[in-house]
Ligand binder design. Structure first.
Ligand SMILES: [Zn+2]
Length: 315
């Protein structure tokens, strides 16, 4: 079941209720004092912080979370998490800025990229096994000077970014119906790659799969050394027209991702493409979570090892 907007507003009507929720999430996970290691803290209402009972060291509510160094209200963060997890297609930074009535675009844009980075770090914890369809795809992106401040419209020259796509599938037992795929889709991974060389392919396949794994791909030469890193490699040389029959799920997922990304964003900067793919994969892989997804992302974003690993600021 989903959490609808009325439920959200009832539960989190103001900044106080949002602070209380982040506080509760942090406490249920447990707070460890950075100075003395104690786990006993009391709540300091004035500073919105947990003060250590032993040494008085102060851990603010934002400290060590995705919100560290952010000046945006907690309500913004909760609302962004709500919209990013509970809407089917997602939302653009421009639309969120409008919804929040915030003056500046950049902080809202950065907030969403930090959350997408959290999704990516979560996704990186999982490796694919079993039968995995593999292919590469091109996404239309824009190249910018990374030092440039993000703009609403985006600038720079058009290019195509390469993405390695892996879909874990399960084979259905029994006869297949006409026009239906003979396998069931389980999980997806999409990784931006610098080139389609065999070296890059092998490196990524090795990182993101675990034994036993059987890779299915077409006969592209970038894939011809995959056997070196996996248990089994089935490669079929097919005319482009029939490619979607051999690798049905990667192709479905590539077109879904393209439609989703371009439906929301006018232009995508190549440097941030991985973040957008993180969001697509995170949501696709958790498509049966319903309203739990909202709480899951809150928990993921207060994980205290995240800070510094984000892909959101100027390089
Ligand atoms: Zn302490």
């Amino acid at each position: 079941m989903n959490m609808n907007f009325i439920d959200f507003v009832k539960k989190y009507p103001n900044e106080i209720s949002c602070i209380a929720h982040f506080r509760q999430a942090k406490e249920s996970k447990g707070i460890v004092c950075k100075k003395c290691g104690s786990t006993r803290h009391y709540w300091n209402r004035t500073y919105k912080a947990h003060d250590c009972c032993t040494c008085r060291y102060r851990t603010t509510l934002r400290s060590g979370t995705v919100m560290e160094s952010s000046k945006l209200p907690f309500q913004y963060w909760l609302y962004a998490i709500y919209l990013m997890t509970m809407t089917k297609k997602g939302i653009s930074a421009l639309e969120l800025q409008r919804q929040l009535g915030h003056k500046r675009y950049e902080p809202i844009w950065a907030m969403m990229h930090k959350l997408r980075s959290v999704m990516g770090l979560r996704e990186d914890k999982y490796e694919l096994d079993g039968v995995v369809e593999l292919d590469d795809a091109f996404f239309k992106t824009n190249t910018n000077d990374k030092k440039e401040t993000p703009t609403k419209r985006g600038r720079g020259s058009q290019e195509r970014s390469k993405v390695l796509v892996m879909a874990k599938v399960d084979h259905k037992i029994g006869p297949t119906k006409k026009h239906k795929k003979s396998s069931a889709f389980r999980f997806i991974k999409m990784i931006v790659i610098p080139d389609s060389s065999a070296k890059t392919m092998n490196e990524k396949v090795h990182t993101y799969t675990t034994t036993p794994v059987t890779i299915k791909s077409d006969g592209w030469r970038g894939f011809n050394k995959i056997k070196e890193v996996v248990h089994k490699h089935i490669s079929k040389i097919t005319p482009p027209k029939e490619a979607s029959n051999v690798l049905p799920w990667v192709h479905t997922m590539i077109s879904n991702a393209k439609r989703n990304l371009l439906g929301i964003n006018h232009k995508i900067n190549d440097y941030y493409l991985q973040n957008y793919l993180n969001e697509f994969c995170y949501k696709t892989n958790r498509r049966y979570f319903g309203k739990d997804l909202f709480e899951r992302l809150i928990f993921a974003s207060i994980e205290d090892t995240w800070y510094g690993k984000f892909r959101y600021n100027n390089g």
